[in-house]
Design a binder for this molecule. Structure first.
Ligand code: M6R
Length: 612
């Protein structure tokens, strides 16, 4: 979603803004812009990529040691030059950049039009900067006070930065519901939607809390107030993020780098949490809530997209090993259907970014009904991590590719540890099974290393199917969510229509689609439902569908039936998702590359979906 960068200091702002906007490209956007104050205020903005913005600004005055920059993901108004940020106030003395949605913008706009304001865009953002100036003029207050008063009038979510042509020594930033971080340099300040544009300049950051307003002055220390005008002491934290983690490191795309990082990221998710030799699993972050969880009447998992798929895998594992009933809900549906919840329920919220608006709203709803909320997040200090009672970080490292890969396997790893630890404490998992899964889990990273060596085989299969218009993915048990995840990966980055189904459901509808043109990816690894999946493959073959099978090393039966097969190392059935998803990620990656798609920033998609 939208990305914000701002700079105030001694250096030229423009190169810092452009570099920062490029670092934020992964969030997804459709237009970009900057505003700078030199002797005059200049705004450059256009539809398209940051490189288009650079071309647009080329040859113009880009001087100034104060500036704001933005990448916009369209909500109100189509992606075009006029709707791109920054937006001017009526007098053109103020400019604003904004991430979020001002829900009551229409009524505010109507009022201001009556008072003679003219608007140049269809955005809700432009209304906010007009409102700030309107209050400033009407109430005869300074910019900070006008902004504070305006924020008391708006409903919705925002991370904003406002700059004034008349005071090129100050930036004012505020946030509610959308993330914002301020970097404090030696003699300068940086503002961004996340730490990626800041990390190369300073490690000292302040994460703004909801309804806080930051006043950045070239000649003073950072000041923070809340929306009621009470002063707050800035809490300066040290960034753990390393620059290498957000660079491609020799890979052609972030997605490929992140697929290849999985042996390490899975290890990092387990690090310090398991000791197979001693039979220990401990998730420190939630230990205080373990008794509550063991005694819970049920778990409700809320998440979106890939994180929801990780939740579905967890449903199988938690029910199997901890014998606690689990429901898995789309956060967006859960939040609007007046769910029945009480104090005996534990809600588990899963999110890579920790900023997903629907998941955040589902958490707030569950909290208001007295449920205990456990978070499984990747981004440390994110809004969801802070909104939950307790949680475990997945430690996958920054995920830049829009298509989630290593975050999924890290989520599944942590959720597996959760199922095992609860099962052990409850006594619902046999000791031998517990020990076996634990030692298998430790060997998963090296098994993935081995599997990744076969990626030329997957590239070969991708070449054959790159022009397909539809794909079907089938799996049973905890391979069903993997089928869903494989289909999601393919559609989001290659724009091929794909559906995931439980293999047995195929005959209840999707079988009508099968003909000689239809590739069907089947997860047919060894396990209790192997024979059933074999029957499902027969049904596809009888209708001339093309089978791409994911099989266990040494498999004979399915390999003979399948048109193409990819062998994966054998593991315990409950850990298969961690391994079987890898070839599906690679298949979608190679197909997308061969189709010339923008793998890391697929069209219309955003990395963290901060609007509902
Ligand atoms: O950051 P979150 O895990 O909360 O994000 C949820 C979804 O938006 C995300 O998984 C999305 O589906 C990805 N593009 C999938 O690759």
């Amino acid at each position: 979603m939208c990305g914000i960068v701002a700079y105030l200091g001694q250096k030229q702002a423009y190169p810092i803004l452009i570099k920062g906007l490029k670092r934020l490209e992964y969030r997804g956007y459709d237009s970009a812009g900057v505003a700078l104050v030199d002797s005059e205020m200049a705004v450059y903005k256009c539809k398209g990529k940051v490189s288009d913005l650079e071309a647009h600004a080329n040859g113009k005055n880009i001087n100034g040691t104060i500036g704001i920059g933005h990448t916009r993901w369209a909500t109100h108004g189509e992606p075009n030059d006029a709707n791109a940020h920054p937006h001017y106030s009526e007098s053109k003395k103020l400019v604003i950049i904004h991430n979020g949605i001002i829900e009551n913008y229409a009524s505010l706009k109507k009022e201001m039009i009556k008072r003679g304001h003219t608007f140049l865009s269809d955005t809700d953002t432009e209304v906010l900067v007009h409102l700030i100036e309107d209050i400033q003029e009407k109430e005869k207050v300074d910019l900070f006070e006008a902004l504070r008063m305006a924020l008391n009038e708006v409903i919705g979510a925002y991370a904003i930065v406002v700059m004034s042509k008349d005071d090129p020594n100050k930036l004012i930033a505020a946030k509610k519901g959308s993330p914002m971080v301020i970097g404090i340099g030696k003699d300068d300040f940086y503002i961004a939607s996340d730490a990626t544009p800041i990390v190369e300049y300073t490690k000292n950051v302040v994460y703004l809390e909801d309804e806080e307003i930051a006043l950045l002055d070239r000649n003073e220390e950072l000041k923070i107030f809340n929306i009621k005008n009470q002063s707050k002491t800035p809490y300066i934290q040290e960034l753990e993020l390393q620059l290498e983690a957000i660079e491609k490191g020799g890979y052609e795309h972030f997605m490929l780098k992140e697929i290849y990082e999985q042996p390490k990221s899975i290890l990092d998710s387990m690090r310090g949490r398991i000791n197979a030799a001693q039979g220990i699993v401990s998730l420190g972050g939630i230990s205080d809530y373990e008794t509550k969880m063991i005694n819970a009447k049920r778990f409700i998992i809320v998440a979106c997209g890939t994180s929801w798929h990780a939740g579905l895998v967890a449903e199988y594992l938690i029910e199997e090993y901890a014998r606690i009933p689990v429901e898995v809900e789309y956060a967006s549906e859960f939040r609007y259907r007046n769910p029945i919840l009480n104090e005996d329920d534990v809600v588990i919220a899963i999110s890579q970014s920790g900023e997903t608006a629907d998941t955040l709203a589902a958490i707030e709803l569950a909290k208001s009904k007295g449920a205990t909320i456990i978070g499984i997040c990747n981004v440390v200090g994110s809004s969801i991590a802070r909104a939950t009672h307790a949680g475990s970080y997945t430690h996958a490292g920054p995920e830049i590719g829009v298509a989630s890969t290593k975050a999924f396997t890290a989520q599944v790893t942590v959720l597996t540890l959760l199922a095992l630890s609860l099962g052990k404490k409850k006594g619902t998992i046999p000791h031998s099974k517990f020990a076996q899964i634990l030692s298998e889990l430790e060997s998963v990273p090296s098994k993935i290393e081995t599997l990744l060596k076969k990626d030329n085989q997957i590239e070969y299969i991708s070449e054959i199917f790159k022009n397909a218009t539809n794909f079907l993915y089938l799996g049973r048990g905890c391979s069903f969510p993997v089928a869903l995840e494989g289909a999601l990966k393919l559609k989001e980055i290659s724009y091929i229509h794909a559906e995931g189904y439980p293999a047995a459901e195929m005959k209840h509808g999707p079988i009508a689609l099968i003909d000689a043109e239809m590739p069907v990816v089947v997860i047919a690894t060894k396990g209790p439902s192997y024979e059933k999946v074999v029957s499902n493959i027969q049904e596809v073959k009888a209708r001339k569908g093309k089978i791409i099978a994911i099989v266990t090393e040494g498999d004979v039966t399915v390999k003979e039936m399948a048109d193409y097969s990819i062998e994966i190392p054998e593991t315990d059935e409950s850990l298969v998702p961690l391994i079987s998803v890898i070839p599906l990620q690679l298949l979608s990656y190679y197909i997308a590359v061969m189709r010339g798609c923008n793998v890391d920033q697929p069209r219309n998609l955003a990395k963290s979906v901060t609007v509902e």
